[in-house]
Design a protein around this ligand. Structure first.
Ligand code: DX5
Ligand code: ZN
Length: 222
């Protein structure tokens, strides 16, 4: 079991009219990673931001920018996000015709590669590629919107992926995304997650520092 926990606010719930300030505020408040949700109104029924916005926030922080691509197809846009300063690029296997090729493309472009499993996506998609991944992201809601309710059975998937990562013996981040709050973050950590995306729980609260500190206090008890 890992003891390094990372909190990754999702900018999806930030005030987009003041995005740069929001990124700086949430990092000042103790966040470790900026989670950057990219939606295309095709793979998911919502539309957000692209590489231009990633490039605009890049100079504002040294923190890891964790780009979560909810787009189909995937490959065309990967080099653009790499040039825009992404550190991690993750994608959904259903959105790529050739998962191995997409992972290679992300790494050739100098980024760490992640695979994202929807609640109903079988773990079998990791069978042959886990050794090439830097991150596995377990969706604890169906992708497309912030503010949804955490789906409890996804914790079983977190436990199963944690066991696979531990068997592998490499440092692969295990991230959960969707409906993570102060009152359930410890349960996700006990299941084996080490990186926690939280959008509405952090940006929906007035005091970012208080919320992130409350999350860390929960994690300290795991
Ligand atoms: C959903 C996104 C999530 C979302 C999380 O498709 O991938 O990152 O913004 O938001 P909350 O924490 O509000 O569920
Ligand atoms: Zn996300």
């Amino acid at each position: 079991m890992t003891s390094t926990f990372r909190i990754a606010p999702s900018i999806l719930s930030a005030d987009f009219a003041r995005l740069g300030e929001e990124v700086e505020r949430v990092i000042d408040a103790g966040a470790d990673v900026i989670h950057f949700d990219v939606m295309d109104n095709h793979y998911v029924p919502n539309l957000t931001v692209g590489p231009l916005v990633c490039a605009a926030i890049r100079p504002l922080t040294q923190a890891t920018i964790d780009v979560h691509l909810m787009v189909k197809p995937v490959d065309r846009i990967v080099p653009d996000f790499a040039k825009a300063g992404a550190n991690i690029i993750s994608f959904h296997p259903e959105a790529s015709e050739h998962v191995d090729r997409t992972i290679g493309l992300i790494r050739e472009n100098g980024c760490r590669a992640g695979l994202v499993l929807n609640p109903a996506t079988p773990l079998a998609c990791l069978d042959h590629v886990l050794g090439q991944l830097d991150l596995v992201l377990i969706m604890s809601v169906n992708p497309g919107f912030g503010g949804q309710t955490f789906i409890p059975y996804t914790l079983d998937k977190v436990r199963a992926v944690r066991a696979r990562i531990d068997d592998l013996g490499r440092d692969v981040w295990l991230e959960v995304d969707g409906g993570v709050k102060v009152d359930n973050i410890a349960e996700a950590a006990r299941a084996g997650a080490d990186t926690f995306v939280a959008g509405s729980a952090i940006f929906g609260a007035g005091d970012y520092r208080a919320t992130i500190s409350a999350m860390r206090a929960e994690l300290a008890r795991v």
